[in-house]
Design a protein around this ligand. Structure first.
Ligand SMILES: Nc1ncnc2c1ncn2[C@@H]1O[C@H](COP(=O)(O)OP(=O)(O)OP(=O)(O)O)[C@@H](O)[C@H]1O
Ligand SMILES: Cc1ncc(CO)c(N)n1
Length: 276
């Protein structure tokens, strides 16, 4: 293939932590990008020793190491969309936000990762304010789950009216779109994610799958969203694909490990190929 007839390669970048178990974090993001036809790049913020049973260790990188990765990418490989996951500390958040501004990366999905499913902290408490002050104003989309939205807003969320109120408050912090995910609301046969653009609320519903194998659902969902945006889709369309991707990945969950197993990143494409 010559340079002139090469079709454009679409690239997405994840700025997140490593999950040694492969179900969440940077590994989930890169697998999801690949499955959706997007070339994946990564800037690592932390290494976690983690498996389906929990998080056994957290080893953040120096801010300098994160900045250097972003400079290497910025100097050579402009991403078509970017997502953030685990950012761990206010220092890393400030570094990442400054680099995003420097390189003008505005197609940005912020997954405000705070705790792992088993309860281990992936963001220091004092870093929440840095997230609000430095990253939310830069973001196109933020994807909090219910506990994260409670921490961002300081309100207790129970019921749809509360979710709408929380989405309004988070929207006022700067993101153009808020997706308040409903995976943590364990009542009812449906899971409802709420999309808010500052004017309208759109409810995305899907059947709740009864499974404990939901490790990395949030990472996978936000990576699928970033992949769609990289491909040039608008947010409402990209959210629909992300929802279908995560639904398939949970339904066809991989039964590996003794604890909360990962989702199946192959499932969405396997279905499209008719290989279920
Ligand atoms: N049991 C389930 N059945 C169907 N969809 C689900 C289920 N659990 C989560 N989802 C979907 O997965 C996506 C991620 O939602 P969730 O609320 O689990 O994110 P999260 O808590 O941030 O994930 P993580 O624990 O990986 O950080 C959402 O689109 C949500 O609707
Ligand atoms: C590294 C990492 N990022 C995010 C999550 C949230 O699922 C996790 N468990 N681990």
């Amino acid at each position: 293939m010559t340079d002139s007839n090469r079709t454009k390669v679409i690239k997405a970048l994840t700025v997140a932590g490593s999950d040694s178990g492969g179900g969440a974090g940077i590994q989930a993001d890169l697998k999801t990008f690949q499955e959706l036809g997007v070339y994946g790049m990564s800037a690592l913020t932390a290494v976690t020793a983690q498996n389906t049973l929990g998080v056994q260790g957290v080893y953040p990188l120096e801010a300098e190491a994160v900045a250097a990765q972003l400079d290497s990418i910025g100097a050579d490989l402009t991403p078509d969309a970017v997502k953030t996951g685990m950012l761990f500390s206010s220092g890393l958040i400030r570094t990442v936000a400054q680099k995003f501004r420097q390189y003008g990366w505005t197609k940005l999905v912020v997954d405000p990762v705070m705790v792992a499913k088993g309860g281990s902290p992936l963001l220091q408490q004092e870093a929440v304010q840095a997230l609000i002050a430095h990253l939310l104003p830069l973001s196109l989309v933020i994807t909090p789950n219910i506990p994260e939205a409670e921490i961002l807003t300081g309100m207790k969320i129970s019921g749809m009216a509360d979710r709408e109120a929380a989405a309004r408050l988070v929207h006022a912090m700067g993101p153009r779109y808020v997706i308040l995910k409903g995976g943590h609301d364990e009542e009812g046969a449906q899971v409802t994610d709420l999309l808010y653009d500052g004017e309208q609320f759109i409810y995305l519903q899907s059947p709740r799958i009864a499974t404990r194998h939901t490790h990395g659902t949030g990472c996978t969902f936000s990576a699928a969203l970033a992949a769609g945006l990289a491909l040039g889709h608008l947010v409402p369309q990209a959210v629909h694909t992300a929802k279908a991707f995560i639904q398939a990945a949970i339904e066809d969950g991989l039964n590996i490990g003794a604890g909360h197993g990962p989702t199946n990143h192959f499932a969405y494409q396997n279905r499209l190929r008719g290989q279920r």
